[in-house]
Design a protein around this ligand. Structure first.
Ligand code: ZN
Length: 508
């Protein structure tokens, strides 16, 4: 009897490893598409991706897999193995969700995503929203159908069904409950900083630095914080990203412009933070199984933000980094205080990915509101540019000069990813909360970072977060790690405590 059950567990593991391996192939193609692929290959790549999606989907929904999962679940119950039970819980969840989606819809979504991406690239280049608009319409329609399938007869918010794919367990009502107080406290802080009489000097950000020097320095920093180049690589792409392709293969990309050099470094540290999480997941052992996967995009983003912001914009980081940066980048005449202050300038920016830690969250709230309105049919896609521009004016006080720097700036909607954006601010909330916990546990952290010792921090993250994969849902993981429920408060404490002194504002 127990032999038979053991084989059910093993059989599930073998099936999932096969699905995981097909996903690795898909990830490799997608990495290639963003970095190396010639434009003329786009149409056929769409076919390749759609075929792989269909293959993966039919394997993931195979009824015999369902039987094996049920049998394996019975075994997990009698064994008192908490991680095995968590694995089976998540395997069952994935299987049930996959079974709710018809194969044709999965394939249509994949194809529409590839076409949408191509159209968006052209639309963005020419700054003509009307090129992308019909694709956005069909992607929204497909997403409405997807949400209806996922929600089933139980009804429920369409947006929640989509959000759940990126941030399992999260609901839009909970996002609203987190975002509203954040906004209430963030806006006055931003206004206070804007009115400060002695703001940081921004001259550092207009000093040109050759991009090859930046690429070299970024590599040094990524290596110093623990990114393993023997299991990864750093390339250049229009939109920096991290792709965990397979066990032993986590690649990052960055982008560099002569000024500000801090953007390229920041995006490298950001992606390296994602990659450290990927490299810390137990992939060799559990390839294809939930225990080897990131728990949610919010937690993923917390790892990238923590390295980019909490570390990369800290005084202790620059205490270590400044001599090397001056040498490799050829910076002259900058002292620690100037660099530290310049790294923490808060100024509204039209572009989300170039925004500072504070105003960034207003960009996310805008996208969260607009994508929900479009999905629910309350905002016609033809009215998106106008709604976008109006919101940028009221939230950031800026005028959008063209759609390329407005509603066409992000890649997400072009691939059909609706419900993705809130995970960025959730990541900011998690990163601030995790940072408070690390600092409680490692009182010596500033000194260690100041002398270029990043290992204690990485070890802590590995131990508390990375190695667990999807063992606990994101919010539960956050509570276990920090002892507190997710809220806006740690992020606001972090921003106030850092930015007010940077702007030489006293009191609190
Ligand atoms: Zn990220």
């Amino acid at each position: 009897m127990s032999g038979k059950r053991t084989s059910a567990l093993q059989a599930v593991a073998v099936r999932l490893r096969e699905i995981g391996t097909l996903r690795s192939v898909q990830a490799t193609l997608s990495w290639d598409q963003e970095t190396m692929m010639p434009p003329a290959a786009a149409e056929f790549r769409g076919e390749e991706m759609a075929l792989l999606s269909t293959l993966i989907h039919s394997k993931a929904t195979d009824p015999s897999l369902g039987d094996l999962v049920a049998a394996a679940g019975e075994q997990a119950e009698v064994r008192e193995d908490e991680s095995l039970q968590a694995d089976l819980r998540e395997i069952r969840r994935d299987y049930d969700n996959a079974c709710k989606l018809p194969t044709e819809l999965v394939s249509e979504l994949a194809l529409a995503g590839t076409r949408g991406l191509t159209a968006w690239k052209q639309a963005r280049e020419e700054s003509r929203f009307e090129i992308f608009q019909p694709h956005l319409d069909s992607l929204l329609e497909l997403n409405r159908r997807k949400a209806a399938c996922l929600n089933g007869d139980g009804g429920g918010e369409p947006y929640d069904a989509l959000l759940d794919e990126f941030e399992p367990g999260m609901k839009s009502a909970r996002v609203e409950a987190l975002f509203a107080p954040l906004r209430r406290e963030l806006v006055p802080l931003i206004e206070e900083l804007a009115a400060a009489p002695d703001p940081p000097d921004a001259a550092m950000h207009t000093t040109p630095v050759p991009v090859d020097r930046q690429a070299r320095y970024s590599r040094e920093v990524a290596e110093a914080i623990g990114y393993d180049f023997s299991a990864g690589r750093l390339d250049v792409s229009t939109h920096p990203f991290t792709e965990g392709l397979a066990p032993g293969d986590t690649r990052i990309t960055s982008r560099f412009q002569e000024a500000p050099f801090a953007d390229g470094l920041g995006s490298t540290m950001h992606e390296a933070g994602h990659a450290l999480y990927e490299q810390g997941l137990p992939k060799e052992r559990f390839h294809g199984r939930p225990l080897s996967e990131a728990v949610s995009l919010g937690i993923h983003e917390s790892q990238s933000r923590l390295w980019e912001n909490q570390v990369g914009r800290s005084r202790s980081f620059w205490t270590w980094a400044l001599p090397g940066a001056s040498r490799t980048l050829g910076l002259k005449g900058l002292n620690l205080e100037q660099v530290y202050r310049a790294m923490n300038i808060v100024a509204p920016n039209l572009i989300r990915v170039e925004s500072d830690e504070a105003t960034y969250n207003l960009h996310i709230m805008l996208r969260f509101d607009l994508e929900r309105a479009m999905l629910h049919g309350e905002l016609a896609t033809a009215d998106l540019p106008g709604a976008w521009n109006e919101r940028i004016r009221s939230d950031l006080g800026l005028t959008v000069p063209d759609d390329a720097r407005g509603c066409l700036q992000d890649i997400h909607w072009s691939m059909g990813a609706i419900g993705y954006f809130p995970t960025y601010t959730l990541g900011n909330l998690y990163s601030a909360q995790i940072w408070e916990a690390v600092r409680r546990d490692l009182p010596d952290l500033d000194n260690r970072i100041g002398s270029g010792e990043f290992q204690p921090l990485l070890d802590w993250l590995r131990e508390k977060i990375h190695r667990h994969g999807r063992r606990w849902p994101a919010e539960e993981l956050g509570e276990r790690v920090t002892g507190e429920r997710l809220s806006h408060e740690p992020l606001m404490r972090y921003l106030r405590d850092k930015l007010r002194p940077v702007y030489r504002l006293s009191g609190s």
